[in-house]
Design a protein around this ligand. Structure first.
Ligand SMILES: Cc1cc2nc3c(=O)[nH]c(=O)nc-3n(C[C@H](O)[C@H](O)[C@H](O)COP(=O)(O)OP(=O)(O)OC[C@H]3O[C@@H](n4cnc5c(N)ncnc54)[C@H](O)[C@@H]3O)c2cc1C
Ligand code: SF4
Length: 529
């Protein structure tokens, strides 16, 4: 068979591959989540993989003509009424076809623009050859949580934003490929856990079980140290479980990563609020931990500080999402726990980031009559992932852009009835580089609302700082840590993730966790501070 006979060699490749895969698997539209994570095709698609000779014969021009493989997703009407994952994952054929689009740049910008420098070009080449487990192993060299980052990274601003193909068309779907190999590896049951080094006799306490804490734990246990993670909530995973909803990141994916860490020997203790139940000094002095990594995140919600914010029916997005995620309002059929009865109600969510987007899409799924996002800038300035904005629009979320609430109105019982808003226009860029919104005089109007959810940002979780003498903090109560070593001003105590940088991204928190692990290992080995 000549390479032009192969599906990936033709400009129609994506369509052909899609058509072929549809013939092999049932339509994915509106399908149940149980099928979502199943990659049923045979492990190595030899007939689709390219031999080295054929690789050379497939010129970049031909590769560029292959259309980007679309991510199959639940149909919007159906998914806006359930909490099952929206994206269903690429199948084997589409993944190999997509990988064939990569022109293997001599100086790959995708790698430069990945915050943890994943060797994307090599990973994609292994997928093209059908070596998915090899690709997963290569990915894990730099990224310990690929099934998670493949789902939640803002790829359009990172790896895919740098991909050369994006200059004239669609970039390689790096995030979708990352998710594909991670899911493939998990479902294959062939995830080889790395061997731990012989026990060093040293022990490390990690405070907080978000991506920063989890990735530090994974690296430190491999170095032979005893690792115990202390988590304030009753579930492990940080924002990955209490913030990001099931329809974007199924809890089973996070659980499987946590289970792997447990199998490697990491200990977890939940319901421990460090700073209240125990202090860092007590952990080091009484429980003999040799080092502590503080990864407590930035989960303290910020409010608008406008009149009416105390009314019944006004919530922070953090509280709303935590209750829905951890108290299982998203499984209303099985649990008698719909704490927020949004059914038939008019819900407004204020903000333009991932948190606001998650809250408004959650409200819709909980049965809101109208679910409206109110944001004071335009869509261009929205910090939310592009895919979430697209999905929200498809699900019928109403966008009130360049709009700002100035007061919440209630009835005589103190219950919310609406939000008084003004229209905004954009002027010069501010310190964040985004154009500053300015109120348009006389533009005031009333939006009726039964529920308002505020998702305008968060700040540092405070308890550890207040209970740890010698720990220097910034004026906004973030912990001061050396950017290279993540050492704080207190001997043996390191800090990283959102608690140092402020609210950022999963991949940056993960990168900080790995950096901290390397630095802690050095401290434990040399004893030098
Ligand atoms: C709703 C939402 C959606 C998001 N969506 C995305 C996205 O799509 N993509 C993306 O890249 N980023 C996203 N982010 C940001 C991302 O999740 C965070 O940047 C990341 O989780 C930070 O990781 P972390 O480990 O530093 O902290 P966290 O994930 O916040 O974890 C900190 C953990 O520490 C625990 N803790 C706090 N104080 C104590 C204490 N005193 N004692 C014990 N434990 C304590 C907390 O309970 C928590 O479990 C989102 C954030 C939110 C809130
Ligand atoms: S920039 Fe794009 S085309 Fe170039 S190596 Fe990276 S993924 Fe491939």
């Amino acid at each position: 068979m000549s390479i032009m006979d192969k599906k990936i060699a033709s400009p129609q490749a994506g369509k052909n591959a899609a058509a072929l895969s549809e013939a092999k698997t049932p339509s994915t539209s509106g399908r149940k989540a149980a099928q979502t994570h199943e990659i049923k095709a045979p492990p190595v698609p030899e007939e689709n993989a390219l031999s080295p000779l054929e690789e050379k014969a497939l010129p970049p021009r031909a590769r560029r003509q292959i259309p980007r493989a679309p991510m199959p997703e639940q149909e919007p009407q159906a998914r806006s009424r359930n909490f099952e994952e929206v994206n269903l994952g690429l199948n084997v054929l589409d993944a190999v076809t997509e990988a064939a689009r990569c022109i293997a740049c001599a100086k790959p910008r995708c790698v430069v623009d990945c915050p943890v420098g994943v060797k994307i070009k090599e990973v994609v080449a292994l997928i093209r050859k059908g070596d998915f487990l090899g690709a997963a192993a290569k990915l894990r060299e730099d990224n310990s949580l690929p099934a998670i980052t493949g789902r939640v990274c803002p790829q359009e601003k990172q790896c895919e934003g740098g991909c050369i193909l994006g200059q004239k068309g669609a970039p390689v779907a790096i995030g979708n490929l990352e998710r594909f190999v991670a899911d493939y590896e998990r479902q294959s049951g062939q995830l080889g856990l790395p061997a731990n080094a012989p026990a060093t006799g040293k022990s490390v306490a990690i405070v907080g079980s978000g991506p920063a804490g989890l990735s530090a734990a994974g690296d430190l246990i491999q170095k032979g140290h005893r690792v115990r993670v202390f988590e304030a909530l009753h579930e492990v995973g940080g924002v990955l479980v209490y913030g990001i909803p099931e329809f974007r990141l199924p809890k089973s994916i996070v659980k499987s990563e946590v289970d792997n860490l447990r199998r490697m020997g990491v200990e977890f203790e939940t319901n421990v609020v460090v700073g209240k139940s125990v202090t860092i000094d007590e952990l080091m002095r009484d429980e003999h931990y040799d080092a502590v990594f503080v990864a407590t995140g930035a989960g303290l919600p910020q409010f608008l500080n406008i009149p009416g914010e105390q009314l019944n029916g006004v919530y922070s997005a953090n509280e709303f999402l935590t209750r829905v995620n951890l108290m299982r309002a998203y499984q209303a059929d099985e649990y008698d726990e719909p704490l927020y009865d949004c059914r038939g109600k008019d819900v407004i969510v204020v903000g333009g980031g991932n948190t606001a987007m998650d809250a408004v899409r959650t409200a819709r799924r909980l049965g809101a009559r109208t679910a409206t996002l109110v944001y004071r800038r335009s869509e261009v300035e929205m910090p939310a992932r592009a895919e979430e904005v697209k999905h929200a629009r498809q699900e019928g979320i109403e966008f009130r852009l360049l709009t700002n609430p100035i007061e919440f109105i209630g009835d005589e019982k103190g219950c919310l009835t609406g939000a008084r808003c003004v229209l905004m226009e954009l002027s010069e860029p501010d310190a964040s580089g985004r154009r500053r919104p300015v109120e348009i005089k006389g533009s005031e109007f009333l939006l009726p609302a039964d529920v308002v959810i505020i998702g305008v940002g968060t700040t540092a979780n405070p308890l550890v700082q207040g209970s740890t003498p010698g720990l220097k903090t910034t004026p906004r109560n973030y912990i001061v840590a050396d950017p290279e070593t993540l050492r704080t001003t207190k001997r043996g105590v390191f800090a990283g993730g959102d608690i140092v940088t402020g609210g950022a991204t999963v991949i940056l928190a993960m990168g900080a966790g790995r950096k901290a692990a390397a630095s802690i290992h050095e401290f434990l080995t040399t004893g030098e501070w």
